[in-house]
Design a protein around this ligand. Structure first.
Ligand code: PHE
Length: 339
């Protein structure tokens, strides 16, 4: 029996050393130490031993069992460590790997020029107001001194949604809405989309953008208009930009002007961008017509004002030297990414 116990001890140890998993070790435990295990089987035969042999074999059996238990505990903790390390290794996050670059969006050039423009006018004390793109004939034409039979309606043909409703042809409609709701002193700009029945080409689009401006107060003169717009042009294009005022006509301003800036590409020499002229027209402006003030309930004997309408698309193409207005509307990312 003694030999048998020693045999079991060495057999168990050999098996434990060879085991390569926690489950395998547990199976060995059951095989030797379990209720139906081999050591237990020997202990059950103790009854057949003599009174002298019994304590000796009993002690040895306990010793072998303790020995095997210790081996098993040792092997278990080793294998658990190994399993944990393997798991940690497999799940390791390599913090030295370069991260995935998220694609960065950017402002559309029209928006970035508009933001620049808004900054400039806000620094001069202007508020930004919004106006609807679907307008009535009243706000888009009549209140602006353009009655139904006025030839200016021809140049600003647009899409009519009903007998009175149309897609606005100019942000000037916002002038009227502002004067109806605010009392002078008024100093606002109103940017937005406008629509005209125009063929698409490199410089025309049936949808484009304007920024309206309006100042009404006591004692406003043409000099205020000229100073404000010259300052604006030099802030947008650079301080060495020259500004030229040409007499013009708009039904809702008197006198009226058109404003050119020296070509940002060639500086009045003449190039492909200014079509050889050396100058580029960026806006129309003038002193608010007394009829317009009157129709908004403002006394033209007390108040005067100036208004302007900036072509935002033209401003953007000339500032960024973009050759074709259509690029602003196609939204090709390869183009947009450059801004
Ligand atoms: N609304 C005019 C246009 O679209 C521009 C303008 C605005 C002119 C304000 C004078 C004053 O051509």
């Amino acid at each position: 029996m003694k030999d048998k116990l020693e045999l079991l001890r060495s057999a168990a140890k050999a098996e434990i050393h060879a085991a390569d998993s926690v489950q395998a070790v547990d199976e060995i435990r059951v095989k030797f130490l379990g209720k139906k295990g081999e050591i237990t089987a020997i202990l059950k035969q103790m009854g057949s031993l003599s009174a002298e042999e019994r304590p000796i074999i009993g002690q040895l059996a306990n010793e072998v069992r303790a020995d095997i238990e210790a081996e098993i505990a040792g092997a278990m903790s080793l294998l658990k460590d190994k399993a944990l390390n393997a798991k940690l290794e497999a799940e390791e996050i390599d913090i030295t790997l370069p991260g995935k670059q998220a694609a960065k969006g950017s402002l559309h050039p029209l928006n970035s020029v508009l933001e620049n423009l808004i900054d400039i006018f806000q620094s001069m004390g202007f508020d930004v107001v919004d106006g609807p793109e679907v307008e009535t004939e009243h706000y888009n034409f009549e209140a602006l001194n353009v009655p139904a039979d006025h030839p200016a309606r021809d140049m600003q043909d647009t899409f009519y949604l009903g007998p009175e409703l149309l897609l606005r042809t100019q942000t000037s409609a916002a002038q009227i809405r502002t004067m109806e709701t605010r009392k002078p002193p008024i100093r606002i700009i109103s940017p937005g989309r406008v629509y005209r029945a125009d063929e698409v080409d490199a410089t025309h689009s049936p949808v484009f953008h304007q920024v309206e401006g309006l100042v009404v107060d006591k004692g406003i003169t043409l000099c205020d208009l000229m100073g404000t717009l010259e300052k604006f042009a030099q802030e947008i294009y650079g301080s060495d930009t020259k500004v030229r005022f040409r007499p013009s006509f708009f039904p809702f301003t008197e006198p009226s002007v058109e404003v050119d800036v020296s070509c940002p590409k060639c500086g009045t020499k003449g190039c492909n961008m200014c079509k050889g002229a050396g100058w580029i027209e960026i806006l129309g402006a003038g002193m608010v017509h007394p009829n317009v003030l009157r129709s908004c309930g403002i006394d033209p004997e007390v108040y005067t004002g100036f208004a302007f309408g900036i072509g935002l698309d033209r401003l953007t193409t000339t500032k960024h030297k973009i050759s074709d207005i259509r690029l602003l509307f196609e939204n090709d990312v390869r183009f947009l990414e450059q801004f």
